[in-house]
Design a protein around this ligand. Sequence first.
Ligand code: ADP
Length: 620
Amino acid sequence: MPREVLSSPLRVSQRSFLESLPFPAFVQDRSGHYVACNGLFESLVGKPVGEIVGATVADLIAPGHADLCRNQSAEVWAQQLPTCHEMEVRRIDGVMRRVRIHRSILRSEADDVIEILGIVQDVTKEYAAIASLTASEERFARLAELSSEGMVLHAYGTIVDVNDALLRMVGRRRDEVVGQHYLSLLPAEEHGVVSLHVEERCSERYRVSLKRADGSTFPVEMRGNAISIDGQDIRVTTVTDISARIAAEQAMRERELLYRQMFENNRAVKLLIDPLNGQIVDANPAAAAFYGWTLDELRRMNIAQINALPPEQIKSEMDRARSESRLFFRFPHRTKHDEIKQVEVYSGPCTFHGRALLHSIIVDVTDRDRAVAELRDKTDALAQSNADLQQFAYVASHDLQEPLRSVVSYLQLLEKRYRGHLDEEADTFIRYAVDGAKRMGALIQDLLSYSRVDSQGGDFEPLDCDRVLSNSMANLHSLLGSLDAKVTIDHLPWVLGDGPQLSSVFQNLIGNAVKYRHRARAPEIHISAQPGQGGEWVFCVRDNGIGIGEEFQERIFGIFQRLHTQAAYPGTGIGLALVRRIINRHGGRIWVESKEGEGCAFFFTLREAPPLERRAAAAS
Ligand code: ADP
């Protein structure tokens, strides 16, 4: 574009000069009126030269820019310099154009300023391109700043720019980084590999570590690309912080290791099964040992080759395991040697490398089943023999009663009629025989009660133990009175039980407390109850009698177990066995705490009566 001042010879053939220019051009006078123009200017404004000459720029092409045009002309006049301005103009056809107007002063030979030469450059396209370039550059810059990836631009080794993400990663300010060599961002051990990538203009991703301001390093993935800006070779490197990814990979490796340990190095038999087709995806060495196939063989097999159930049933069981509607199964599993093993399978869904699988733990219960079956048989046999024994004890004691009764009565008759008629020795023999027969009667009676505990016990009902105990006390009344025994009773709870049986428990324990009293002191008996665990009550019958040595404290609950002779303390040795049997029938336990010579405390547990039932029983 000519910028020098044009000289007056041009004035002679102004029109031909203007026409020779490859741009729309015009000449204006001092006041801004057009005095001449070329054809290109005519087409630009869409008017013939006749209508242009004499008009102002404001009249013609830029009505909105009248002031601006005046100012521009004034500026040219004042500064006597060529100027260049851009403006939007609306053509006669309404089309908006962006134009750049170069104005120069035309001087006469006498060096007088006479007119202004204006050359118009249509920059609409160029402007649009620049505008979009600017926008895209801004967008790029914004993107670079918004990006979570770091970016480094370096030219011939020197960092020319970095984005905020990179500064955040390395913990530095921009002015500490820009102008430095890019290797300053890296620990020394990475210099070699990174330089090589840069020199070879490699555009592959690669992993290195970057250095923070505090000297610590962190893993990154880098990728460089060479671009040319204003003829300069610039390398743009994107930097991704992969610490989290590396940590996740590490965690994944650890999980995998853990899985391996849990799955493989485990003595439990484990299979990993694809529930969609029953394929065995993995098996552990314990599984290989159990089934007899090698691991490779197992991994090529289908569960239907192992599970002896029909295929459709296996499928439906796997569906259940997959939906977690059932997690525990019992299956017959076949081994390589065609042996059928009864197994319990704990199966649940798991995801492995993105695949939904079933993780199954298989427990061989063949031996346990056999043992359970044997135990059940033995228990049944024991129950049967117990029942037989009970029946025998019942029948024997019941049937023995009758002949014994006649023995006793005839002995008593003998004693009554012949005492004093035979010699003294005969009297003693008869007395022994009567005592023995009476003792046998008591024994049979106790044995009968013992054998009736289970077979002839009553139903359990809510019982007020205060009332149960007062029944027992009534039966013991004369005995207690005769010995001057002192009995104290706490308030007792309601329990679930068989009234007559519990009454017999109290009667036996209180009777023993009196029977085994200490000779040096009057018997004192205290009966109490404390709440125990799980809705139980713990009853206690405590005395101040002779006590029981620790070594006998379990034995005394056995049948016919006595610690004393008949002469010292008469008895059958059935009382405590009967008490234990009754308490056991009620679901309770009984034990004794004692020190020899210091009295005993017998404890037993009974279930508390439910409040509702208790209230109903109390009301009735
Ligand atoms: P028996 O009283 O007919 O011998 P038991 O079964 O009632 O039979 O008692 C078994 C044994 O336990 C008794 O022989 C006695 O030695 C001991 N015994 C039971 N109760 C007491 C007690 N309160 N104090 C001391 N010893 C006791």
